[in-house]
Write a protein that binds this ligand. Sequence first.
Ligand code: UD1
Length: 428
Amino acid sequence: MRIEKLRIFGGNRLEGATNVSGGKNTALAIIAAAAMALEPCQIENLPDIEDIRVMRDILLSLGAKVELEGGVMRIDPRPLELTQVPEQLASKLRASYYFLGALLGRFGQGEVSYPGGCDIGSRPIDQHIKAFEALGATVETEYGRIRVQADQLRGATIYLDMPSVGATINAMLAATLAAGNTEIVNAGKEPHIVDLANFLNAMGGHVKGAGTDSIRIRGVSRLHGCTYAVIPDQIETGTLMIAAAASHGDVLIRGAMPTHMEALTAKLLEMGVRVDEGVGEDSIRVRSEGRLRRVNVKTQPYPGFPTDLQQPISVLLSTAQGTSIVQETIFEMRFKHLDEIRRMGALFEVNGRVAYIHGVEKLTGCPVRATDLRAGAAMVVAGLMAEGQTDIYNVHYIDRGYEHLELKLKGLGAKIERLTEEGSLPSY
Ligand code: UD1
């Protein structure tokens, strides 16, 4: 078997400037939304990652014409006529279920198998189903497939039990082409929900209140084409900020949105890291020296601390002075990465959704595995911090969501390379 790994020689200070790529999660929602238009759309600033290529393949499989080159996707949704997303594509990523909302809006029907995505908890979709039903659709789940159908979608008030990002997005997609007014109450407020609203409005939709917990949508009968650039990736920005702090570096992160990073910035400042907005409003400079201080972290929906940065920051805390308490309130199985860094010398206990991380002087490199996308990023942070050589296996998880991460880090002075070898995953 041919396997790829990232090899890092840790202990190198990251220095210099790097650029943030376009947002993965925002791009995935916007690409699905483009399927609802009756004219071509051009989506720009897309990251060069596997998840984007899978979304292109889904659009192609449904009949759309799509070109993807240099971070720009040109989508002609006019020939799109199929409403069943092939299972082998749907199972590759979570966001495939956005085609339920998009196809339901445009055609009154859609079918997707249970979506894939990271193995970080049970990830039910009851809130998505509730939203579709509130809009007048029938939802059948059978043999691992979800089928939605409606003769006429009608605007409604949709109460979400929790501010689910995915359910908010699916409800926004379907409600945009429903007849009448919709209100999504207890909606997600994440930056990519705002970006999706801006995109829907650029296509002629009427979405108001995105970024607050009440989103109001006036349904329209058709959406036209547009050209739209997605916002920078909040989680990649955060990962680079944590990597800079982990290496005691001095890094300028360009093309970022500092306002999206406030929860992480607050924690890094508390730890003793210097974080400044760089020259121009769209950059962040991160500097750190010496041993960092412990902090407590509790993941929450935006604007709270993002669960997707919990894994990288808990690795950073593994060498901070004192015991940090990390509480994961969003996903119930998001501490698997800690088992990997235990092998590098980290000390911690996990009790349910709470991890007690006792900072050690240093981590020591060894073979580790990425157990999911953000855990993979966390392993890269661990490798940068550790003494000696760290080999990270299951690189495909990282490639799903980070554009050329190793090249960006190499440009900042990290000793990191991608190796391909014949063999099998290490068993330990
Ligand atoms: C999205 C992001 C993911 C991020 C997460 C939380 C994408 C493609 N993925 O995932 O990177 O970690 O937001 O910021 O954008 N829930 C239910 N029922 C539902 C839906 C959700 O119980 O119908 C629960 C989930 O199990 C979880 C919580 O709500 O505990 C939040 O999930 P949600 O915000 O929906 O996450 P995703 O959209 O799957």
